[in-house]
Design a protein. Sequence first.
Length: 230
Amino acid sequence: MIFPTQKEVKAILRDIREETHLTKWFRFEVQDDSFRFLPGQWLDLRPDDSFPWGGYSMMSSPLDLPYFELGLRKGKSHPTTGWLFDKAKKGDSVIIHGPGGRTVYDPTLHQESVLIMGGIGVTPLLSMARALYENKTLKKNKIAIFNSVKDEEEWSFKSLFSELDADERIVVKTIFSHREGHLTWKSLDVPFKDPHYFLCGPPSMIEEISQGLLEGKCVPRDHVHFEKWW
């Protein structure tokens, strides 16, 4: 099920944390219990009507509602992202609407999943992994995470990845591109027989890996999931 676009609702910024010099974590509380989303979806957000909408993927599990989390990389020009980084403070209110996106994780359909992520593309896929992590009744589901990071200074959400890796249903592999080279489809050591693949990251990474999965590994097209933002 894909939820239809919801009405505009208010959310309150409850917490902020700097992850790296380029990324920050934000925790909001929705002020309307009609808001729902699925793991992997995004929402539109702005502080008020004078700002343009900014689109951001949830990185938390839907089980956490009315709270949701965003992970943002510092933008070069978008006014809303700039406001979040430079001016937003605890207690501020924002307007949101959504959710959007059709690339979603459904544990009933995706019993074995491979999450391939890079850069701030970690956020929607972390929502998927946390949806499994927080639901202990899903004993047969498994997830393998391949997280491509430039170097240790740009490694966001380390503690969260450690928590996920401690779950016996989830395996996490971190690839540091400056030391090990870029993540490619040939370097994916997947422990599952017939998994679903979810990709989010830089366009070049998604293009190369998705084509490699489809043409090199002959993965069925309906088992390779990603959305193009470019």
